[in-house]
Design a protein around this ligand. Structure first.
Ligand code: PLP
Length: 459
């Protein structure tokens, strides 16, 4: 045990919520699905409540409330840029809905700049689809393969950059994988990428919640050109995301979404765009999302981000040690330099059944599947071309995948113990669980749903 206790569980809404189990009993929820999304902090909810008093339309009015709202919105931009160490003079921040929208917008912008025939976009094999598919839509993509453990190698990346001899314009990497938790050395990657005249795009969705981000790095060569992240993975789930990046590149492009706010002056025969970032923020701005996000950051910094991360690392380490002792579990990631998540496969029980058992039997929420990182999971599982063809041609067969446990500072040692205890029980009574869950008729599962409804989902 770590020798100190904390009450960080109390910072987050809903951590003591009671949920039904299949036996009819209600238990306190255990949430290990924080990599997907996080519940709000209590302080964020309070902030939203107070801010609502002055909530009004941003940039559209000269009423007092509108001016306050505009101020909150604009100062949030600077606050978020400082949070990731961006140079506020040379960089700008475009508010979006989430990381996915940020990366789609950025790919659209590069799509206008790139020569489709000649230019190449390199995407690491460990990317979430949010940092892969948008690039496929706009240009020639080549994949930087990971090794059999799922790690990205700087040498492999450099070899590819060298081989393309200056044709690579963009390199897309994640700050941290949402499947294995592996982190990438962004400063080192940026140095390599810049040496070959390309720009680096970082998907920060899993990195920003757990580790310090320094977009400017230690030297000019180490700067990250573009960084995307989401508020809902940082305890402020109110529909806000951001793309932070070089003003010189972002300023030139035409907007992806158009409508109110994007143009300075429009007639039937002329159109003058507003300046970046406003030209890329069509529609009514989400100032509630912004104030929620900046308040979440304020609270996390006040508690101490390094302390929170230490606790998450401790919990991950305890979990991984326990999982290694369970027969038939194969781990993916969860190592020392990982953010606080790990995936695993359990011999003889498919990923979806494992997560159903955990949820239905003891209210433990994990995630299973391919986590929107299909090519990466395919690589980790070692699927062959024949396997892939088989799954593509048999829609009735569930896709393979893994179980992911993602930890937050609001988890406790008891949460880990509950998960490990049930996993051990599953392994010891595998056949019984398999029988129960393979023969569980649809109506019984929906009975579980009805049970939830009968017991009222909300307290
Ligand atoms: N990138 C990574 C690594 C993620 O884990 C996720 C979400 O799980 C995303 C991108 C997409 O984030 P969002 O759904 O907030 O756009």
């Amino acid at each position: 045990m770590m020798g100190y206790q904390n009450d960080w569980k109390k910072l987050v809404v809903g951590t003591e919520h009671m949920v039904p189990t299949i036996g009819g009993k209600r238990v306190a929820v255990v949430n290990f699905d924080h990599a997907a999304t996080t519940s709000p902090l209590h302080g964020v909810m309070e902030r939203i409540f107070h801010f609502s008093e002055v909530y009004s339309s941003v940039h559209r009015g000269l009423g007092y409330k509108s001016m306050v709202s505009s101020d909150v919105y604009e100062s949030g931009r600077i606050r978020l840029m400082r949070f990731v160490g961006a140079d506020v003079k040379r960089y700008t921040l475009i508010y979006t809905k989430h990381t996915t929208e940020s990366l789609n917008l950025l790919a659209h912008i590069f799509g206008e700049r790139l020569d489709r025939e000649r230019d190449v976009i390199l995407v690491s094999e460990m990317e979430h689809l949010a940092n892969y598919l948008p690039w496929r839509m706009v240009g020639q993509v080549d994949i930087v393969p990971v090794d059999e453990k799922g790690r990205l190698s700087c040498d492999v990346l450099e070899t590819m950059l060298m081989r393309y001899g200056g044709r690579v314009k963009v390199v897309c990497v994640t700050g941290a994988s949402n499947v294995t938790g592996y982190t990438n050395p962004l400063g080192k990657i940026a140095r390599i990428v810049h040496r070959y005249g390309a720009m680096i795009v970082v998907d920060g969705a899993q990195m920003a919640p757990h580790t310090r981000v320094d977009m400017m790095g230690r030297t000019a060569e180490e700067t990250v050109d573009f960084f995307a992240f989401s508020a809902h993975k940082m305890y402020a789930p109110f529909g806000c995301g951001a793309l932070i990046g070089r003003k010189d590149v972002l300023a030139d492009a035409s907007p992806l979404l158009v409508g109110g706010g994007v143009a300075r002056f429009v007639t039937h025969t002329s159109l003058d765009w507003n300046e970046v970032p406003h030209k890329d923020e069509a529609g009514t701005p989400n100032v509630i999302g912004v104030t929620a996000w900046t308040e979440a950051i304020r609270i996390l910094e006040e508690v101490g981000r390094a302390e929170l991360a230490k606790w998450e690392a401790y919990l991950l380490d305890s979990l991984v040690r326990e999982l290694k002792g369970i027969d038939g579990i194969k781990l993916y990631g969860g190592e020392k330099d990982c953010v606080s998540l790990v995936s695993f496969a359990l011999d003889g029980i498919d990923h979806r059944t494992v997560s159903r058992i955990l949820s239905y039997e003891d209210g433990i929420a994990v995630r299973s599947g391919m986590f929107c990182a299909h090519p990466y999971v395919v690589r980790l599982l070692g699927l062959s071309e024949d396997d892939i063809d088989y799954y593509r041609n048999h829609h009735e067969v569930p896709l393979p995948g893994l179980v992911r446990v993602s930890i937050s500072f609001c988890n406790t040692e008891e949460d880990i113990e509950r998960l490990v205890r049930l996993l051990r029980h599953i392994v010891r009574h595998k056949r019984a669980y398999l029988e129960k869950y393979s023969t569980m008729a649809e109506h019984e599962e929906s009975a579980f749903g009805q049970l939830k409804l009968k017991q009222r989902i909300l307290p």
